[in-house]
Design a protein around this ligand. Sequence first.
Ligand code: 2BA
Length: 107
Amino acid sequence: MKLIVAIINSDDSQTVLSEITKAGFYATKLSTTGGFLRAGNLTLLMGVEDDKVDTLLEILRTNCRKREEITSVSPAFESGVMPAIPVQITVGGATVFVLDVEQFHKM
Ligand code: 2BA
């Protein structure tokens, strides 16, 4: 079994969650905040059997869009060393970690 931790854009959450549940996966949704943009995003925790990992990744790949965002956030700006210079960054689609699960219990 694997634990999939997926950080996704809040705007994709409705579609992703409905596709995930429609396909029979279980998910836990956490409201999280990105360290760089300091904006809200969502983290999904999903326990899945090894042979279903690819199916789940494909659902995330299909339903999480890449977005171009303009930000002026940088450590140098925050410390007052540099003025804010807007830069364009690409956010998403999804940032995904796949972890081995040692044990899984439902009690
Ligand atoms: P944030 O930390 O708010 O990052 C938003 C976007 O800002 C990132 O998009 C990336 O394009 C840029 N970015 C982040 N850190 C940067 C840095 N040190 N230098 C330059 N650009 C940087 P994504 O890579 O798609 O990440 C989206 C969100 O996924 C992140 O939001 C964060 O919450 C999470 N994330 C991404 N990589 C992670 C990692 N290795 N570990 C933990 N969380 C991660």
